[in-house]
Structure formats: C-alpha cells, structure tokens
Design a protein around this ligand. Structure first.
Ligand SMILES: Nc1nc2c(ncn2[C@@H]2O[C@H](COP(=O)(O)OP(=O)(O)OP(=O)(O)O)[C@@H](O)[C@H]2O)c(=O)[nH]1
Ligand SMILES: [Zn+2]
Length: 361
C-alpha cells in the first residue's frame, strides 16, 4: 500500500491562497482528477454530511439540499450532483472507506464513513491503555486507507507517561504518537499537522478516553450540541440528531457518527498485514508454507523468538487478530452460503408444494 505522508512534512502553509468553498468541504485533487470543468458546471460536486431516514444531506459551493434515499453513499462521500435526478448522482471513487459489520444476527456490511484523511486513535495513559486494542484500531484504519495517529490523553493525571509513549511508538513506524492533556489549551497546536483546512478527521477510541473533550477543544467556537438537525421520526415526531460531519473554523471536517463508536474489525485482513508486516515477512522464511509457528521444524518465527528478534507477546497478538479476522470473514461467507441454501430450500419447498397441488387436481 502506498501512502502519501507529505502532509506530515508540510510547513510552508502560509504561502497558500485561502481555500475555496469546495476545498473547505474537503475537495482535494484526488476527487478533482475524477471529473472535469464541463461536468462540474452541469453536475457540481457535493459532499454528504449526514445520512438519515429523509435522505442524504449534501453540501457544495452554494448548494445545501437533501437527496432522497437511494444512492449507496455514506457520510463523507463526494457526489457529482444530478440536478434533475439527484438519486442518480455519480459517487466519486473514495479515498478511504470505513465499514463495519452490523451487530446482531444480520451481520451485514454497513458503510460508516468515506474520505477520512486522519483517524485519531485515542487512548489514555491509564488502565484503558491496551496495546492489543490499539493494534486492532490501527489495523482497521490501515485497512480503510486512513492514516492513523495515536493520541495518548490524560498525561496530566499520570506520574510518567513515557512508558505509554514508548510502547505506543513500537506499534508501527508509520503511526505518529501524540501525548497530551485534552483539557489543556495546546490541543489545536499539538494536532495542527492534521487538523487543517481541506482535511477530514475522526476520533476512535473506547468510552471516557477524551474524544468529546478533544472535539470541543478543536471547535471551541462551535457548540456541537446546537448543531443538531430536526428530523421526523417514524411516528412523525421531531427529534434532534447530531450532525455527522461538521466543519470547524477554517474548514477541517470532523466526523462524528454513532457507527464509529461501535466499530469492529471488519474484513481488515489487509490492515492486519500492514501492522504485522515484519512477522508476515519472517513467516515466508518458514520451511512449511502453512506453518503455524507453534514448534514446526524450520520455523523462522520461532527462531526469531529464540534470538530475541521477535516479541512472543506480539506473535500472540498477531495470531489472535488474524484468527478473529478469519472468523469474521468466515462468518460472512457462511452467512452467504446459508442464504444460498435457504434460497434453495425455499425453492424446492415451493416446487414440492406446486407438485402436490397438481397431484390433487
Ligand atoms: N485530566 C484530564 N481529564 C481528561 C482528559 N481527557 C478527558 N478527560 C476527562 O475524562 C472524562 C471523559 O472524557 P470524554 O471526552 O467525555 O470522553 P469520550 O471519549 O468522549 O467518552 P464517550 O463520549 O463515552 O465516548 C471527562 O470528564 C473529561 O473531562 C485529559 O487529558 N486530562
Ligand atoms: Zn513458522
């Protein structure tokens, strides 16, 4: 996977012209390359900022409308708006996509959010800190093609945050680690490399680690609670739902959706491979191709443990994550197979019924 890290390096920000209205909504060259001026004139780009029962809320340059339900789009998507037939608007290819497996029996894949640039994986310098969970969130971000950044909060409440920082830094060379006090006034400064006009960010982490506090720190000029929108519920009552993608001053998109809070590891095989690339590399040197690294002769991974090159705890986490991923993917495949055989059963039952009917005549 090739990633663009140039955004982490840029410093010559001041020479840039002020962002256009579209750029403030997150319009980037990645999307511009998929269209041309002719199309933009007749079918302007719009960004989906909410998905609800009434449809998709779409914002563009001087455009703010609700597209009726229909398009397979999610929050963060860019559409080329078909003014006559909005439901036939063209969805642009996504820069990133976060999906999740729905809870409950019907384990369908749901689209959670598209075109997020940076995923802040938040944990705190206390008992919440769990390296395996961090790894899982990082794998999920990589799989969605979003650049993850680890935020360690509550440094003000712990004697020495360094062991946490050091451990988080060992996860991957490609994941920056920022330690901070979410209640201090340097949050904007510390996250400035990622929170800037034209970017879309999201927070991921368990309850109580400081996601809301961080969000408030970024948008202090904005009362998130009052950004709720009115929506008719099934009984025709007005209920207020929280906006899902909103823009803080200067135009940085912040994605906040209930779905993000319930994310599971969904089809994240590629992400798991990214986080454990070194172990996967090593495993190619095992004598047996299907080596389980559990004591088979010629196992390069076990040899790595002997020499101290491989951390056995990390091998253990890799195994667990890979197994969980396999289980998730398998249950989807099983479900599909079941659906198929159920369909066949229905079909043969119908045929039998029809045959009975015919026989009765
Ligand atoms: N001292 C200190 N307190 C913090 C810090 N970050 C968060 N808190 C406090 O921890 C509590 C939980 O923070 P929230 O921002 O609500 O956590 P959250 O991740 O949004 O939690 P959910 O909304 O349940 O997902 C609040 O009382 C915060 O004030 C920090 O860095 N330092
Ligand atoms: Zn092996």
């Amino acid at each position: 996977m090739i990633r663009d890290y140039s955004q982490f390096l840029s410093s010559a920000e001041s020479t840039k012209p002020a962002p256009s209205p579209l750029e403030q909504l997150g319009w980037q060259s990645f999307f511009a390359r998929q269209t041309d001026l002719d199309e933009m004139a007749s079918a302007p780009p719009v960004r989906i900022t909410e998905v609800n029962r009434n449809g998709l809320r779409a914002l563009g340059d001087g455009v703010d409308l609700v597209i009726p339900p229909g398009p397979e789009a999610t929050v963060g998507d860019w559409l080329m708006l078909n003014r006559e037939l909005p439901t036939h608007s063209r969805i642009l290819e996504r820069k990133s996509l976060i999906r999740r497996r729905a809870p409950g029996k019907d384990r369908k894949i749901q689209l959670i959010a598209a075109n997020i640039d940076t995923m802040f994986v938040v944990t705190s310098c206390n008992a919440d800190f769990n390296i395996a969970r961090l790894e899982r969130f990082i794998a999920m971000a990589f799989d969605a093609e979003v650049s993850p950044v680890i935020i360690l909060t509550k440094i003000d409440k712990c004697d020495d945050p360094h062991p946490y920082i050091t451990e988080a830094e060992t996860l991957s060379d490609h994941v920056p680690v920022v330690a901070l006090n979410a209640k201090a006034d340097d949050v904007r400064e510390k996250l400035g490399a990622w929170v800037k006009p034209g970017q879309t960010i999201a927070f991921l982490g368990t309850s109580g680690v400081g996601k809301s506090t961080l969000t408030k720190a970024l948008g202090d000029d904005l009362d998130i609670e009052t950004q709720g929108i009115r929506e008719d519920d099934a009984r025709g009552r007005h209920t207020t739902t929280r906006r899902q993608l909103y823009f803080i001053e200067g135009g940085c998109g912040v994605l906040d959706t209930p779905g993000m809070r319930e994310l599971q590891l969904t089809d994240a095989a590629a992400g798991v491979s990214d986080v454990f690339a070194d172990l996967e590399d090593l495993a190619t040197q095992c004598r047996f191709r299907n080596c389980a690294h559990e004591g088979e002769p010629g196992c390069a991974v076990q040899a790595g443990i002997q020499t101290g090159e491989v951390d056995p705890a990390r091998l253990d986490r890799w195994r667990k994550l890979a197994a969980e991923e396999a289980h998730n993917s398998a249950s989807l495949a099983q479900r599909r197979a079941k659906d198929k055989s159920f369909g066949k059963m229905v079909k043969s039952a119908k045929t039998a019924k029809a045959a009975k009917k015919r026989n009765r005549k």
